[in-house]
Ligand binder design. Structure first.
Ligand SMILES: Nc1ncnc2c1ncn2[C@@H]1O[C@H](COP(=O)(O)OP(=O)(O)O)[C@@H](O)[C@H]1O
Ligand SMILES: [Mg+2]
Length: 279
């Protein structure tokens, strides 16, 4: 389904704010895409939400959101991976200019080509680009484009942007933090997730980006252990989502998550995100 397109909000006084673009990060399988979907549903009751799929590999986000994949990615829009790679290499060859300019003017939800968006009510999905062919090369062009896209993206005062990422922390290395305001570090009950969150938190501090830690898929046995491990790493959780058999089943069946999240916990998390964003 191609997006109908958000309504134009009027006039020269269209209020623009830099906040909040939220990056969702964590290890593979921790629940990033699930939380992006649940949060987008909750936030969409208040205004438009642009979900940016910056994971070049995984394909499950559209079904979790209840939309078809957009017809074109941002990469397609800009002429494909070859064209994006050329711009990236040209910038790397240039003296003292390592950030390619992919967009001549600021990008907004309204200005995005309709076939780059899918929508469900107030939720809009845009994809940066996926690996499509064997031997096509690395995902560096997608990483550079994700950073450029997010840096160029202007957000209306009623809008939120949620960025779903690939597993791990390569996106930090690629500089994606330059294009976002806040980071959610998703931690599932595993040692690796805690170690990764500790490192990601350090990278956020280094880049002077506020972050919140979210525990996901916990139960009564694992939650206190996880909380203690996080505390020992100097991290406190902003929210904790329990293991939900309904979420697991919905994912298996490929049906959209709808209202399956803990609404109260989602609302509290969103309030904390707002507090961070307006600090
Ligand atoms: N709170 C939860 N309760 C039960 N299953 C969950 C929960 N969060 C995520 N899952 C399941 O864990 C798996 C990985 O989630 P996903 O959001 O795809 O992770 P990621 O995007 O971090 O790789 C999926 O099968 C998903 O349904
Ligand atoms: Mg995912």
């Amino acid at each position: 389904m191609q997006a109908k397109g958000p309504e134009k909000r009027s006039g020269p006084n269209r209020e623009v704010r830099a906040l909040p673009k939220v990056l969702v990060s964590g290890r593979g399988g921790s629940g990033k895409s699930t939380l992006v979907s649940l949060m987008s549903r909750s936030l969409s009751k208040r205004g438009p939400v642009l979900v940016v799929d910056a994971d070049e590999s995984n394909l499950g986000l559209p079904s979790m959101l209840g939309v078809d994949p957009p017809t074109r990615s941002v990469m397609d829009w800009l002429g494909g991976k070859g064209a994006v790679r050329e711009k990236l290499f040209a910038a790397l060859r240039g003296v003292g200019r390592e950030s390619p300019c992919f967009f001549e003017s600021p990008v907004t939800l309204i200005s995005l080509p309709r076939d780059c968006l899918s929508s469900y009510g107030n939720i809009y999905l845009v994809r940066i680009g996926k690996i499509e062919h064997s031997m096509e090369g690395c995902a560096c062009p997608m990483g550079a484009l994700a950073r450029g896209f997010l840096k160029s993206l202007l957000v209306d005062s009623s809008e939120w942007v949620l960025v779903d990422t690939e597993a791990g922390i390569e996106h930090f290395g690629r500089g994606i933090l330059e294009g976002v305001d806040t980071v959610l570090l998703v931690v599932d009950p595993s040692r690796e997730a805690v170690i990764l969150a500790e490192k990601a938190a350090r990278l956020c501090r280094e880049a002077d980006k506020p972050f919140l830690v979210v525990a996901n898929r916990v139960d009564t046995g694992s939650e206190p252990i996880l909380q203690n491990m996080l505390l020992s790493a100097g991290l406190r959780t902003a929210a904790s989502f329990p293991y939900s058999p309904d979420i697991a089943q919905s994912n298996l069946e490929g049906s959209h998550l709808g209202e399956l999240g803990e609404e109260e916990t989602l609302r509290e998390l969103i309030s904390k995100m707002e507090a961070v964003a307006t600090r």
